[in-house]
Design a protein. Structure first.
Length: 147
């Protein structure tokens, strides 16, 4: 079985021309449609020092993924800063946000049939919940997880 175990559902099935048209529309070609799709989840936003660099990091990860004959697709999710909300009513949203993050990652990975996910450590639950393979950038291979 190829590495595109899931994505081939939308990229190789002749009954899915609308999905394929959308993928051609983002600039993919026939060769790329035959490659595994790698979801790259970013919680990047300019709202705090912990997250302000993550979109930039995601773009580097995408370049590295694309260099390995796979298709990197960046998507975003939310983030609530514990440092900013600490001591305020905003902390009520911090723990809840973890579920929203996991739900959003699970929704994108499952809904778009991504084969693999590259995530920041706080995103792992979304990948784990849908039984996909994932990796934490910057960690040695023994710290990667496979479900």
């Amino acid at each position: 079985m190829g590495l595109n175990k899931y994505s081939k559902t939308v990229t190789q099935d002749p009954t899915q021309p609308a999905a394929q048209a959308m993928l051609y529309g983002i600039g993919l070609n026939d060769t790329e449609l035959a490659q595994p799709f790698i979801g790259i989840a970013s919680m990047g936003y300019d709202g705090n020092t912990c997250n302000m660099h993550l979109n930039h990091l995601a773009s580097y990860i995408k370049v590295a993924v694309n260099a390995t004959e796979m298709v990197g697709l960046i998507f975003n999710t939310i983030g609530i800063s514990d440092g900013i909300t600490n001591g305020t009513d905003g902390m009520r949203y911090s723990l809840v946000s973890r579920e929203i993050i996991a739900d959003s990652i699970e929704s994108v990975v499952a809904g778009h049939y991504y084969d693999y996910g590259k995530t920041e450590p706080s995103f792992n639950y979304g990948v784990w919940r849908y039984y996909r393979t994932g990796e934490i950038p910057g960690k040695r291979p023994e710290y990667c997880f496979c479900i």
